[in-house]
Design a protein. Structure first.
Length: 89
């Protein structure tokens, strides 16, 4: 709805999970980071170069998932990354 209201390009599937990582609820900060390291990919043929990206995350706990995805985006020459979180644990 936000993208529609702001007339922004939107893709719910631009980032995908390359491997199953399991629940992170009982993991330490370092275990969470390791759990999601290199766990995500960018959908084939999707060019994000020089684009500004808004990541929306339901719950921000340690930031491990957001960090992992942000690193992926940075390595693919995204211009800017913004994060909107609905809740914080």
């Amino acid at each position: 709805h936000l993208a529609e209201k702001k007339n922004w390009e939107y893709s719910a599937n631009a980032i995908y999970r390359k491997r199953y990582t399991g629940s992170q609820t009982r993991l330490s900060r370092e275990e969470r980071r390791q759990n999601v390291e290199n766990a995500f990919g960018i959908k084939n043929k999707l060019n994000l170069e020089n684009k500004s990206i808004l990541l929306i995350d339901d719950v921000f706990t340690t930031g491990a998932t957001v960090d992992s995805i942000s690193n992926l985006l940075k390595n693919n020459n995204v211009r800017a990354i913004y994060v909107l979180t609905i809740g914080r644990a």
